[in-house]
Write a new protein. Structure first.
Length: 196
């Protein structure tokens, strides 16, 4: 296991011990103590012996890893936007589902499954964002993302039909995109002080 050689060395010198004295006090060989201080690698047994000798917890001897439990600034907002886009498409697909066809029930099951996934994504993201007090960004995203998604879907549908999208769709979609951009700026603005 990886332990902090500097911590082992610091604890030893604080007590005024030589490597030989640490080896005797811990019941380890001098070579083991030298290897641990040089390389920072020890077996679990060696690490436990050193921790017991110093009267420290095992975790105190482990090398600090530069890991962060915080998610990047775009993870939760991105999850929220993705969930809203998915649920918008699922609802739109359900409203356009032809009734009476054999595949109609299968499409309904798919739409409900996709919408359920979207609800889970949205709920997780909203809980996290509300805990961080990012109400404005979440509100802007909830309002703007369906409009932006409808613009994307309408544009694809217009391309397939060989038509141009209606001005009402373009205007609503561009408004939605503007709201999403404002939401992302708000998410970034709120997250910046937290990282500083």
């Amino acid at each position: 296991m990886k332990i902090s050689s500097s911590t082992v060395r610091r604890l030893r010198t604080e007590r005024g011990w030589s490597q030989d004295q640490l080896a005797v006090a811990s019941g380890l060989s001098l070579r083991t103590v030298q290897r641990v201080e040089a390389e920072g690698v020890a077996s679990l047994g060696t690490a436990v012996c050193l921790a017991a000798t110093y009267g420290a917890k095992l975790i105190d001897l482990q090398e600090e890893q530069p890991c962060s439990t915080a998610h990047p600034v775009w993870t939760w907002p991105g999850m929220l936007l993705l969930g809203i886009a998915i649920i918008t498409l699922a609802v739109t697909g359900e409203s356009g589902r032809p009734a009476g066809l054999p595949a109609s029930q299968g499409l309904a099951v798919i739409n409900i499954s996709v919408a359920s996934l979207a609800v889970v994504l949205i709920a997780q993201a909203l809980v996290h964002l509300f805990r961080q007090r990012q109400y404005i960004g979440a509100g802007l995203a909830v309002v703007g993302m369906p409009w932006a998604t409808l613009l994307g879907g309408g544009a694809v549908l217009a391309l397939v039909r060989g038509e141009s999208p209606s001005w009402a769709l373009v205007g609503t979609g561009v408004s939605g995109i503007a709201l999403v951009v404002m939401a992302m700026r708000e998410f970034r603005r709120v997250a910046e002080p937290a990282r500083a």
